[in-house]
Design a binder for this molecule. Structure first.
Ligand code: TXA
Ligand code: MG
Length: 555
């Protein structure tokens, strides 16, 4: 094992002499046929003298890289292009002027003879890149040679976005590593093939497709970018055929609107799962190991985080990984491509259909466990009683409307005099109806707002579901019922009350018969324990939801 020298060049504003010495030392290693880990704006590279086949061969050995996978030739500017390619289309200069130095790699025709076979794996084309990192540009200029520089990871592992990642994979196998700080882009360069017309995107990367198309018009997107290739099918970029970026545990990517994909992941995870999710959903996965991918709306951060997130699970004992995934716009195409490749294109599309269930039923029947089962399925439960009380305290319009009919029920300090309101409506059916009409008029739009318009599963929990008109917001209403004797015993135990009082509480409410006949479906709870019922309810709701979705997708 050799000793890998670490050069700290994170701060290039300090001691100029010291900085120049480190740059010269790295350049010297490269000139002499050694390997150096170098920073770029995308990911760290593993550099060798690109004109020296013996040095380049060592890259393949250090990475464990298949020999048929060509390398990118890294140069400090477009002026170097004619040294390595014979026939450079004007478009290459148009692109270089606009995007170099930067995360764009161009495939050009007709490499010159100085470029060794081993770089291009025998192809007649060559990949050229000019990275946007001052340290690496200085090293290459100082060395005076182009460098072959694939990503610095061991083949198959996630790419390296810090010098520490490089050491993790390459310590003892290479002469040096130059630390230029964490990579600002975080995913590799965009590879554009200019040997065909229209140009073809071979690998999405740090430069968004949209930015390229804005400058040069339509671009073809290679099939390997978005999907798995069929057995034996050859991608244009040989590297795209390998399972890449893969952590040790198998990865499943879940696409779709963030709320929907988060819910789907919730349905799948167990205690040994790892989760890569947008920052907003971290709290959903308290039992799992989580790597946040950044805010769902910030693809710059997602690109910076994606490899680190994948890599981080290798030092944990998770048995499987679920990952949320951004849409394909902008940098999202590169982020989702890296995640999907890490997953071997094992992708679940989060259902984009929305289901609203109304859950009702009398005391002791098991409504709470049923609602927990809905949460277990990733659903959002809206508790109407809580919303109602909050509105009583805060919704001035509703308070005014109540006060107009029941003057004086609000005290001078604004609080509700419950006793007074109770007396007003107790045993006077028309007065109670009046109050309810006011309440429902304000409550329904608020509940409608809370169940939103987004995809996913929602449950409305309301004792007055049917009388209030809230059932109109639901795809199905479900009555939770239970045998009378079981209900009595449950309430006695739960609330520590006498049998007589328990029976009185039940008979003061609407009967199971009422709920059973008015609701669309019934979930009867004869289970021995709340846990057992919760599990039964989960299976029941899962089937119900599937059938609703089935209906909707064919309607
Ligand atoms: O951002 C980047 O491009 C990073 C940093 C280190 O510069 N480098 C990088 O290199 O990602 P690497 O070797 O990990 O990926 C290069 C990809 C491979 O998929 C390879 O097959 C493809 O470029 N490639 C190289 N030469 C090619 C050629 N002549 N034609 C088609 N694809 C080529
Ligand atoms: Mg790579």
């Amino acid at each position: 094992m050799m000793q890998t020298i670490y050069y700290d060049l994170r701060d290039t504003k300090g001691q100029q002499k010291e900085i120049e010495e480190k740059i010269s030392a790295a350049a010297k290693i490269l000139r002499e046929g050694g390997l150096v880990g170098i920073p770029t704006e995308t990911v760290y590279g593993l550099a060798a003298n690109g004109l020296d086949p013996v040095a380049v061969k060592r890259i393949f050995e250090a990475k464990g890289r298949p020999q048929d996978n060509p390398l990118i030739l890294t140069i400090p500017g477009q002026q170097w292009l004619p040294r390595f390619c014979k026939d450079i289309p004007p478009l290459a200069y148009v692109l270089a002027r606009k995007f170099w130095p930067g995360p764009l790699t161009m495939i050009l025709k007709c490499r010159k003879d100085v470029v060794p076979d081993i770089i291009t794996a025998g192809l007649d084309t060559v990949a050229m890149r000019c990275p946007n990192h001052p340290v690496t540009l200085a090293i290459i200029r100082e060395a005076g040679i182009p460098v072959a520089a694939p990503s610095a990871n061991t083949s198959g592992r996630p790419s390296c976005t810090t010098a520490q990642d490089v050491l993790e994979d390459m310590d003892g196998k290479i002469e040096g590593v130059v630390d230029g700080g964490p990579c600002t882009v975080g995913v590799e360069s965009t590879i554009l093939d200019l040997t065909c017309d229209p140009p073809r995107l071979l690998r999405p990367g740090g430069l968004p497709l949209e930015a390229l198309e804005q400058l040069i018009g339509p671009i073809a997107v290679d099939k390997a970018v978005t999907g798995a290739l069929a057995e034996g099918e050859q991608p244009k970029a040989p590297g795209m055929k390998y399972r890449h970026y893969a952590p040790k545990a198998p990865v499943t990517v879940v696409t779709g609107a963030p709320e929907a994909s988060a819910r789907v992941i919730r349905q799948h995870v167990g205690p040994t799962s790892g989760v890569i999710c947008f920052d907003e959903y971290v709290d959903l996965f308290k039992e799992q190991k989580v790597q946040p991918l950044g805010p769902s709306g910030d693809k710059l951060i997602q690109a910076q985080r994606v490899f680190d997130a994948l890599r981080a699970f290798d030092s944990s004992d998770v048995t499987e990984i679920y990952a949320q995934c951004p849409d394909n716009r902008g940098l999202g195409l590169a982020v989702s491509n890296r995640l999907k490749k890490a997953a071997g294109f094992h992708v679940i599309e989060a259902d984009s259909l929305r289901v609203v269930l109304g859950i009702t039923g009398g005391t002791g029947a098991g409504k709470s466990s049923a609602l927990q089962a809905i949460e277990d399925l990733g659903g959002v439960v809206v508790d109407c009683d809580r919303v109602y009380h909050q509105m009583l305290a805060e919704d001035q319009e509703m308070r005014n409307a109540i006060n107009a009919v029941f003057p004086g029920v609000f005290r001078a300090d604004g609080s509700l005099n419950r006793q007074k309101l109770g007396q007003e409506v107790f045993a006077k059916k028309e007065r109670l109806d009046k109050l309810n009409n006011i309440v429902y008029r304000f409550l329904i739009p608020e509940i409608q707002r809370l169940v939103g318009e987004g995809d996913g599963l929602y449950a409305i929990d309301a004792i007055n579901l049917l009388e209030s008109g809230l059932d109109g917001l639901c795809d199905r209403t479900v009555a939770v019922t239970a045998p009378m004797e079981l209900r009595v015993r449950r309430i006695m135990a739960r609330d520590d009350i006498t049998e007589q009082y328990a029976r009185m509480r039940i008979s003061a409410q609407k009967s199971d018969e009422y709920y059973r006949t008015k609701c669309d479906c019934e979930l009867n709870n004869a289970a021995d324990t709340p846990e057992a019922f919760r599990e039964e309810a989960r299976l029941y709701f899962k089937r119900l939801i599937d059938s609703i979705k089935e209906e909707k997708s064919h309607g």
